[in-house]
Design a binder for this molecule. Structure first.
Ligand code: ADE
Length: 413
């Protein structure tokens, strides 16, 4: 079996951590139990480009339990957990990923997955799907996409009429973005900041750039830690929402002067630029939890820097020509996955239940066109039902009278 990982001997630790995550992933476990019996993915070759974490390991093992042959590469050069990669190789899953790999190694590893002729792709950020399109790879039945950034890229491909197979936008499922993006990003970003810096968040000015679901979760958790939260936005509705949720809202150039910590979660490029950094206080911390490392203009930062040094793991000090010190976390890459472990298993349970069911859905549906689809609402609701059940939570049912009322338009005042 082919693989490219740091060290197979790390597998023992990986196994234990994967087992721990599994205890927090009851919905995925139920799907795995069914997959073992039904083998809906029998002999299918699945190529995955995902963060190589304990949660992804549980997804990969679920796909394998369904009969698939699984090939896995990392969706970020800094997010791989090397012990998990080692355990997966012991499980017969071909992993090509090493934490800290260079950009060229990242694409080399991705190409190892492509060389193995996957029929289904599971992507996080759309690098794998865009690469197979550029290389004109044949034989792919369909794909799934995990994240907001990837879905935006894929919808653009569909609009430009270049998409060569159907893709399920897993991020569009309510049981994905309402929980993973909000509670997952919120908690894991704080976790990454703390592991990289050990700062006290209470009492600081915490600037959140972008008020999508990730920004909402992060702002909520930062406030919970006692920060004064400032939101920057370009969308007037989201800006208004942030204000009415109780946060200060202002342009980045204003926030730059007063912020202590700045985290970008916009999905866009150069959100924190030279002109902002030049206004920042001595000691300001900047980081990113959006998918790509493009949200902080690192080139601009270098241009105004006199010297830099690594002060702590994932915390690099840039001394500017104006004498102030700025601290960049995790090279501007996803701080929650580079400096911490990504979202907790409890929330990835729903995201990856969606992924496993999306793969099954593609194989069952013969009428999909080369478009971006959401999973049917019934699948989304079933995942929520199972999650509630696993948490021991019961809910009410509509009475027949209530159902009739909702289906009628005649009744009014
Ligand atoms: N994306 C965010 N957190 C993650 C995790 N724990 N595993 C895989 N992908 C993730």
């Amino acid at each position: 079996m082919e693989y490219n990982i740091k060290d197979r001997r790390l597998s023992k630790d990986g196994y234990k951590r994967i087992e721990w995550a599994e205890t927090k992933m009851p919905v995925l476990r139920l799907i795995r139990e069914r997959f073992i019996k039904e083998k809906p993915l029998k002999n299918k070759r699945i190529g995955c480009c995902l963060h190589v974490t304990t949660e992804t390991a549980n997804l990969a093992m679920t796909l394998k339990a369904g009969g698939a042959k699984v090939f896995l590469t990392a969706s970020n050069p800094l997010s791989t957990q090397d012990d998990v990669a080692a355990a997966l190789v012991e499980e017969g899953i071909s992993v090509f990923a090493i934490k800290g790999e260079s950009r060229s190694e990242y694409y080399h590893n991705m190409n190892q997955v492509i060389k193995n002729q996957p029929e289904i792709l599971i992507d996080d950020g759309a690098d794998l799907i865009s690469t197979v399109h550029k290389k004109k790879v044949k034989g792919i039945i369909g794909g799934t996409e995990e994240t907001t950034t990837g879905v935006i890229r894929l919808k653009q491909m569909a609009k430009d009429n270049v998409l060569q197979f159907p893709v399920i936008a897993v991020n569009d499922s309510l049981t994905k973005h309402l929980f993973d993006n909000r509670y997952g990003t919120g908690q894991s970003t704080i976790d990454g900041i703390l592991r990289a810096t050990n700062i006290l968040i209470s009492g600081c000015n915490f600037v959140v750039a972008g008020y999508g679901w990730c920004g909402k979760g992060l702002a909520m958790r930062a406030r919970g830690c006692g920060a004064n939260v400032i939101v920057t936005e370009v969308d007037p509705i989201k800006a208004l929402e942030a204000r009415m949720d109780g946060y200060q809202v202002m342009p980045m150039i204003e926030a730059a002067k007063i912020g202590d910590i700045f985290i970008t979660v916009t999905g866009d490029i150069n959100v924190i630029r030279k002109e902002h950094i030049l206004k920042m206080k001595d000691g300001a911390i900047i980081g990113n939890s959006g998918h790509f490392d493009v949200e902080i203009d690192k080139n601009g930062l270098k241009q105004i820097t006199r010297r830099k040094r690594m002060l702590r793991e994932f915390c690099e000090e840039y001394t500017l020509k104006n004498g102030r010190r700025i601290y960049l976390l995790a090279e501007g890459r996803l701080v929650n996955l580079a400096a911490a472990e990504g979202h907790p298993a409890m929330v990835m349970d729903m995201s990856f239940a969606n992924q496993a069911l999306a793969v099954e859905y593609i194989l069952k549906s013969s009428d999909l066109e080369n478009k971006v689809y959401s999973l049917p609402l019934e699948i989304d609701q079933e995942i929520a039902r199972l999650k509630l059940k696993s948490m021991g939570i019961k809910i009410d049912k509509l009475t027949p009278e209530q159902e009739r009322y909702l289906a009628s338009w005649e009744l009014g005042t």
